[in-house]
Ligand binder design. Structure first.
Ligand SMILES: Nc1nc2c(ncn2[C@@H]2O[C@H](COP(=O)(O)OP(=O)(O)O)[C@@H](O)[C@H]2O)c(=O)[nH]1
Ligand SMILES: [Mg+2]
Length: 190
């Protein structure tokens, strides 16, 4: 099955959401605000370690809507993974990330959520984010879209989460299909 998993990035403006997605998809980085016109999403495939398995991802960018507080549920609906991004040097952006996490909890989002601290090249640690992630059972990643640090590890984790979901849905299907075939083979007549 060639399922493609949707990944989205939420967070305050200028925390580096577009830069992380561009680094992950094309291994590119440019200083300055990323252009918001153009690709709505990037494709990325991730090879899972020690397997033949390849996970296909669609990385969706907000196209800058967060600047006007106009990111709607339509954007992150059906996402398998939601990256909640903040900038390691900006406490307000961490608060915004926490607000997003609360919104997703209230909406009963079943996507895998990851708290992502970006710009680790200018600020290496954020104890408040570490504590928040620990207290709220959130996976926490520290990355630098600029230097590339941590981005591959983040996407390995994302791919593994998607793979678990894939296996889960596949085994659920087997459970539904098998009893029907059993009945057919036994030639029940009614
Ligand atoms: N130092 C540093 N700057 C970054 C990093 N990632 C993004 N930026 C800069 O932060 C600004 C906003 O980045 P952008 O990706 O457009 O943020 P977005 O609004 O969240 O999509 C730009 O000037 C980027 O060059 C990073 O890892 N380190
Ligand atoms: Mg952007």
């Amino acid at each position: 099955m060639n399922k493609v998993f949707k990944v989205v990035a939420l967070g305050a403006t200028a925390v580096g959401k577009s830069s992380i997605l561009l680094r992950a998809a094309r291994n590119q980085y440019t200083d300055g605000h990323q252009p918001t016109i153009g690709a709505v999403y990037y494709r990325k495939t991730v090879q899972l370690p020690k397997t033949e398995e390849v996970i296909k991802l669609e990385l969706w960018d907000t196209a800058g809507q967060e600047r006007y507080n106009s990111v709607t549920q339509l954007y992150y609906r059906n996402a398998c993974v939601i990256l909640i991004v903040f900038s390691m040097d900006d406490a307000d952006s961490l608060q915004k990330a926490i607000d997003w996490n609360n919104v997703l909890i209230e909406q009963n989002s079943d996507a895998t959520r990851c708290l992502v601290g970006n710009k680790s090249d200018i600020c290496k640690k954020c104890p408040r984010a570490e504590q928040y992630a620990q207290d709220n059972n959130l996976k926490y990643f520290v990355v630098s879209a600029k230097m590339g640090n941590g981005v591959e590890e983040l996407f390995q984790h994302i791919a593994q989460s998607c793979n678990k979901l894939k296996q889960h849905t596949q085994s659920a299907k087997v459970l539904i299909v098998e009893p029907k075939e059993y009945i057919k083979d036994k030639k029940f007549c009614c």
